[in-house]
Design a protein around this ligand. Structure first.
Ligand SMILES: C[S@@+](CC[C@H](N)C(=O)[O-])C[C@H]1O[C@@H](n2cnc3c(N)ncnc32)[C@H](O)[C@@H]1O
Length: 214
């Protein structure tokens, strides 16, 4: 086992399982092959929510609602989560899971293409954004993310290291993955060089970036 895998497995051994229905939703999603947030990543997300205490959260990439439901445990009663998902079946399953946990008032799922939807959202309307959809799209989302984020908002981007493939050069990456690879590198450059934001790239789970709009 590589050192990175050993470290990850050590860290994971300290992470508590979700209790009750949320735990069942998580394990069902994993066994159905739904790409839910990794355990180490959700721990970072939890800490950011507890520090920031956001009122309006936007998630891009609902899947079956697990991460929204997870986040909903760490926000105030007045806070709301809007989450976007393209896949119809997943939207239905997310709706069922949200209902099962009685969180219909807290979490609203919007069905559709994230880029189209965020293009229509008002300026400075979210104080916490969690980006967890198609990795090749992050760079296309970027201008809208900065626009719809309030000053001081936190933007957390997941899976930015692409299981280490991001380290490879363009030509050593499999041809079919090159566009995603190049776009993610562009995104990482943007969030670390754009003067409107400050970012930290972290090697947590599959890589996470925490970006603050100034
Ligand atoms: C990694 S999964 C999200 C996992 C979820 N955040 C969780 O941890 O429980 C990414 C999701 O983004 C959705 N997605 C992909 N492209 C999208 C797009 N253009 N617009 C909206 N959702 C999209 C996929 O269908 C998939 O369900």
């Amino acid at each position: 086992m590589s050192d990175i895998k050993r470290i990850s497995s050590f860290v994971n051994s300290y992470i508590k399982d979700d209790e009750g229905l949320l735990g069942e939703i998580y394990y069902k999603a994993v066994s159905d092959g739904v790409p839910v947030i990794r355990k180490e990543a959700r721990e970072l997300l939890k800490t950011q929510l507890l520090i920031k205490k956001p009122k309006n959260i936007l998630e891009i990439g609902t899947a079956v609602g697990y991460s929204s439901l997870f986040m909903s445990q760490f926000i105030s009663n007045e806070s709301r989560i809007t989450t976007i998902e393209l896949d119809e079946q997943r939207v239905i399953e997310a709706g069922n899971n949200i209902k099962l946990l009685g969180k219909e008032e807290v979490i609203k799922v919007i069905k559709g293409d994230a880029l189209e939807i965020i293009s229509g959202l008002p300026d400075a309307s979210y104080d916490f954004l969690f980006v967890d959809a198609a990795k090749g799209q992050y760079i296309n989302y970027y201008e809208n993310l900065v626009r719809i984020a309030e000053p001081g908002a936190i933007i957390v981007s997941d899976n930015i290291l692409q299981d280490g493939e991001i380290l490879e050069s363009h030509y050593t990456v499999e041809k079919r993955n090159r566009t995603i690879h190049d776009r993610m590198r562009e995104y990482l450059y943007k969030i670390t060089h754009d003067e409107r934001v400050e970012s930290a790239i972290l090697s947590v789970a599959d890589g996470m970036a925490v970006t603050i709009k100034k």
